[in-house]
Design a binder for this molecule. Structure first.
Ligand SMILES: [Zn+2]
Length: 377
């Protein structure tokens, strides 16, 4: 193994965007759904084990279960089921080499491990990211339209105290082509009334009102903590063409001097656009997140794209894993492997020296996240 690959293999990573592991035992249909962003099971006769991520899982995890690399799907599934979700978490999580997990606690939070449990299963220290839309959804039925602003800002203040940053899913709920203006109090009160009527009609508190989505975003800016944005690739809720991060350029421009950091998550297929924003705006960062898992053997090309324009000081590692320990394990492994490959190519071509290659590996896997989230070693 060359020096770059070895340094990356031994580097303790900070996973700056991930979720908890599923708490309950999984059957195979549960597993197959968690291994994709799709909301539908694979059509009859097909399996997620034939997707790029499924292929990676069957290559990388079986040796840890006493099987050969590249197990067939049924053999892998039987060994996994025999071990169980809990045990597999305890086996794989410490082997990811991730020593810090920055966890988005706001998505399907009832059936996943909480921060303390994630720390216990992985041996990593954990920090919380507050999902803005979930905070609004948690308080809307405890207030009337006129009380929404106060109730929301009290709750956000309370939740933000122990958190290192926020997450916005405005890409899912509206699109990144949102109006960059901060809404007025009167506009927010009217919109809160509209949302309350919608809730009494549907019985469901799902925030998609564009005025309120902008209001909660601007409320988060005041805390001067990093705000993560879901960008590009995601589940069937998104309209991908409206998730290009350059569509929120005006919002980015207006927040340059606010003290807030903006981290662009996954970014696929808008990785070059994200790289452009990270180069031009001092408070913008990017990762390739979940997409490395979901592109498997092709992931190296995306890592190369992510390092095409953005300064090395603005690129972060995340697994964006949700539910499955395999997503953490393969996410860390594929990121280390692809990053080593790109840096080694540059080194071989003498574009960079070895000292810089080693420094960049450590920055992207670890020290950039310490700076972005203002964390101690
Ligand atoms: Zn995520």
């Amino acid at each position: 193994m060359n020096a770059i690959a070895e340094a990356l293999e031994n580097l303790p990573l900070i996973d700056h965007h991930c979720h908890g592991l599923m708490r309950s035992e999984l059957n195979r249909p549960d597993f197959e759904l968690l291994a994709t962003e799709s909301d539908w099971p694979e059509p009859a006769g097909q399996t997620i084990f034939d997707s790029p991520f499924g292929i990676s899982v069957r290559a990388e995890v079986p040796p840890l279960l006493g099987l050969d690399r590249h197990s067939d799907a049924d053999t892998y599934w039987q060994a996994r089921a025999a071990l169980g979700q809990d045990e597999l978490g305890r086996l794989l999580m410490p082997k990811t080499g991730i020593d810090t997990l920055i966890i988005d606690s706001g998505f399907r939070s009832t059936n996943i491990l909480d921060l303390d449990e994630m720390g216990a299963v992985s041996g990593a220290r954990t920090f919380e990211i507050i999902r803005l839309e979930s905070v609004a959804e948690s308080i809307i039925t405890q207030t009337d339209a006129a009380g929404f602003r106060n109730r929301f800002s009290d709750e956000l203040g309370r939740r933000a105290e122990g958190a290192v940053g926020f997450k916005s899913i405005i890409a899912y709920r509206y699109g990144l082509d949102f109006n960059p203006d901060k809404p007025t109090d009167a506009e927010v009160d009217v919109a809160a009334g509209e949302w309350l009527s919608e809730i009494s009609a549907s019985g469901r508190a799902r925030l998609s009102n564009p005025v309120l989505l902008r209001y909660i975003l601007w409320a988060a800016v005041d805390f001067k903590k990093p705000i993560q944005f879901h960008v590009g690739y995601g589940d069937s809720d998104i309209n991908l063409h409206r998730c290009d991060p350059t569509q929120m350029t005006e919002f980015i421009r207006r927040t340059v001097d606010t003290g807030v950091q903006i981290t662009l998550l996954h970014c696929y297929p808008f990785i070059r656009e994200a790289g452009f924003l990270a180069q031009v705006y001092p408070h913008v960062w990017l990762d390739t997140g979940a997409i490395l898992n979901y592109t498997g053997a092709s992931a190296v090309r995306l890592v190369r794209d992510s390092l095409e324009l953005a300064p090395m000081s603005k690129v972060l590692f995340s697994s964006d894993a949700f539910g499955l320990p395999e997503l953490f394990y393969c996410g860390a492994l594929v990121w280390r492997r692809c990053t080593a490959q790109v840096l080694q190519d540059w080194l071989d071509a003498d574009y960079i020296g070895q000292r810089d290659a080693l420094r960049y590996a450590e920055m992207m896997g670890r020290t950039n996240a310490l700076r972005c989230y203002n964390l101690d070693e």
